[in-house]
Design a protein around this ligand. Structure first.
Ligand SMILES: *Cc1c(COP(=O)(O)O)cnc(C)c1O
Length: 239
């Protein structure tokens, strides 16, 4: 994509987020844009970084590990947002600042063991399942408090909040109902003293509803980069 085209899409996306924040009474700057750069070449990430974007999210570990060295000179914050496999936690622990998809204790324990003491603690969101989503990760809402208590005890992890990837819904109201559930779970945890500050929810198609429901971080791919033409070929785990 040309830099002009990317710049236009970037400005549009930032404007969408700011307009939603203002419309739903959220403080300016309270919603962070995470650019979901899966399947995008390193040069496109570099171009977007030059326009001012700092937070990038990747889903496919192998792809991310190939791109990261090409971008090591840039001051970017990397988020892992793909499904976690217990045998692939080490590169996530070593190379990312955030992981949004912790949904079981075993993954958290491994990330904690593998996070270098020379790095700041790994920022963690617990992925919560908000609806029937066969094949997708996420813990049921009623299991979140127990997992959160466990994650909080792990010194190399810093529990920041919750993430959800609900199935697409056609209307704003249907989208918001699901996001409101995640907000409620976060509020319940904070009432127990967890002090969480992050709700990772909302994508290209539903970011307005997510912002209305209290999202602090929207994960946007298509609206920034266009439709993904090909999927990254990952040999062992489907997206
Ligand atoms: C791909 C992806 C996104 C971005 O989705 P778009 O609809 O392209 O904005 C956000 N979150 C996760 C977990 C994803 O896998």
């Amino acid at each position: 994509m040309s830099v002009d085209h990317l710049s236009e899409r970037y400005e549009k996306t930032l404007t969408r987020i700011a307009a939603a924040a203002s419309q739903y009474g959220r403080p300016a700057g309270s919603v962070t844009l995470l650019a979901v750069s899966k399947t995008q070449p390193a040069q496109t990430i570099r171009d977007l970084a030059a326009l001012g974007q700092r937070h990038f999210g990747e889903n496919y570990l192998q792809e991310a590990l190939e791109k990261r060295p090409l971008l090591a000179d840039l001051p970017l914050t990397w988020h892992f947002i793909g499904q976690m496999q217990a045998n692939k936690t080490r590169p996530v622990a070593e190379q990312f600042a955030w992981v949004h998809t912790v949904d079981r204790e075993r993954i958290a324990v491994r990330l904690n063991e593998q996070r270098s003491p020379h790095l700041p603690p790994l920022n963690v969101c617990i992925q919560v399942r908000l609806a029937d989503e066969p094949g997708k990760g996420g813990i049921e809402p009623d299991g979140v408090a127990a997992l959160a208590s466990r994650v909080r005890e792990l010194p190399r992890l810093r529990l920041r909040g919750l993430m959800a990837l609900p199935p697409p819904r056609d209307s704003f109201d249907e989208q918001k109902v699901l996001f409101d559930r995640l907000t409620t779970v976060l509020q319940q945890l904070n009432a127990q003293g967890f002090g969480l500050d992050t709700l990772s929810m909302g994508m290209s198609g539903d970011l307005e509803a997510a912002v209305a429901a209290g999202s602090t971080l929207v994960r946007v791919g298509t609206a920034l980069f266009g439709e993904r033409i090909k999927n990254w070929q990952q040999p062992t785990s489907p997206a």
